[in-house]
Structure formats: structure tokens, C-alpha cells
Design a protein around this ligand. Structure first.
Ligand SMILES: [Cu+2]
Length: 166
């Protein structure tokens, strides 16, 4: 196991950029470090569809360090089972598969998005009105990072959730 230290502060600040507007103060320091290490952007959690209990997580992960890394696992207080999935084409059919981590090559960005890599949070405990979710990302090399991710699609009509098409 290589011992490589990457600034935890930079990761935490980067993870909280963008749509974080929930009044959490004290997260705006050290912004000048944002280009270092592994940077998370556009992180968000989609609550389960009505009648389901699996939430999804999406984000963009950029490895700005000069060593390859790997996202090994993700944990969250809202779910006892957070899995990393990918969509893989098999005989012309797109299937969802659990994967044992995501390779994060030095200098590259991996998108977790619909139809590609994504997080699945099974039996998600996400009450109405909860606006954000804590996610902890565990890497092969970089230190684990806990970040607060906004919940999307509450109280607004979602394109993914169209009830009119029966
Ligand atoms: Cu999935």
C-alpha cells in the first residue's frame, strides 16, 4: 500500500462547492487548494421514486493528483447499503451491475450520472423535508472524505418523474 497524503481540507471544500446554500458556514476556507487532490463537483442525491426506497447518488470526480486512485466504497447514515453501480451493455441490453470500485486515473474525470456509474442507496431513510445527505467516500490512496450533498427533486416537478404518461 502506497502512503500518499492528499490534503483533506482541499477535498472537503471542493465537495461543498456549487449548490451548497443551506447555511453551513465555515466551509469557505482554503478555496485556493481546490485544484489539488481529488475534487468532487455536482454531487447530488435523488430521493427514491414514490413507493420505492432506493435513492441514487451522482457526482463528478476529478483526480487532480499525479497518482492513480480508486473509489473503493461509499457510506452514508441514510443507508446501510450503498453500492457503486455501472450500466453495462450485454447483448444489446443495458444492464445495471454492481462494481467493486471506480478507477480514478491521474488527471482524469469520472462522471457518476444516469446511464453510467452511479451510487445506489438501498432502504434509504430520507424523510420529506431533509435537504441534504452525508456521504463518505473511501479511496485506495487518498484519505476518506465526508461531504454534505444536496437532495434534488423535492418540491419541484422532476423530468424523471412524469405521472402523465399512463
Ligand atoms: Cu444501480
Amino acid at each position: 500500500m502506497k502512503k500518499i497524503m492528499i490534503s483533506l481540507g482541499a477535498l472537503t471544500v471542493a465537495a461543498c462547492s456549487g449548490e451548497m446554500k443551506h447555511g453551513e458556514s465555515g466551509m469557505s476556507h482554503a478555496a485556493h487548494q481546490m485544484d489539488e487532490g481529488i475534487v468532487i463537483s455536482s454531487a447530488r442525491v435523488l430521493p427514491p421514486f414514490p413507493g420505492r426506497d432506493t435513492a441514487a447518488g451522482y457526482m463528478s470526480i476529478t483526480n487532480n493528483s499525479d497518482v492513480d486512485d480508486k473509489l473503493l466504497s461509499v457510506t452514508s447514515p441514510i443507508s446501510g447499503a450503498v453500492e457503486i453501480h455501472n450500466h453495462i451493455e450485454e447483448n444489446g441490453v443495458m444492464k445495471m451491475r454492481q462494481v467493486q470500485g471506480i478507477e480514478l486515473k491521474a488527471g482524469e474525470t469520472v462522471e457518476l450520472k444516469p446511464g453510467s456509474y452511479h451510487l445506489m442507496m438501498f432502504k434509504a431513510n430520507l424523510p420529506d423535508g431533509q435537504e441534504d445527505v452525508s456521504l463518505t467516500l473511501n479511496y485506495e490512496n487518498a484519505a476518506s472524505v465526508t461531504m454534505i450533498v444536496p437532495v434534488e427533486g423535492r418540491g419541484e416537478s422532476s423530468k424523471m418523474d412524469d405521472h402523465s404518461g399512463h
